[in-house]
Design a protein around this ligand. Sequence first.
Ligand code: ZN
Length: 179
Amino acid sequence: MLSPIRIVSKAAEFAAHRHTGERRKARPDEPYINHLAEVANILAEVTDGADAELVAAGWLHDTVEDELATRAELVSEFGDRIAALVDEVTDDMSLPQAKRRQKQVEDAPHKSPGAKLIKIADKISNVRARIHSDPTAEQRNELAAYTIWAEQVVAGCRGGNAALDRMFDDTVKLARSRP
Ligand code: ZN
């Protein structure tokens, strides 16, 4: 078993390496790793660093969905719990987007406590990424639609961490206060 700092550091390095060259869809000016760093750091902050495996899973949460790693690989590199957490937040990309979004809403209440925290942190990061200083009409609509869906997913995930719930609510408030 690696020490907490080593497991987080290893996950960050693994994610950085696997996501090399990717950019954020909602913010093409930013490398994808900014999203992973944000999610991992939100998880570290709201749990005050108490759960290194959760933070490591935050770094890794998109690797399987994006087909950059397999679950078996995560098990052998990081152990069963981290691999299971990532697996729980991995969408089935063979489904069309509308179906995937619906499934996230339906499945959210049945996730483990750790997976629920990752989901909320992910939605915070993704709503924030859609808040632009001078949005086009399309960006405004995208933010509004994404925020409504994120609220539906998060409704099934809340209650595990008050600071995280508050951070999500503040993010939604900020999104809705934009012109
Ligand atoms: Zn993500």
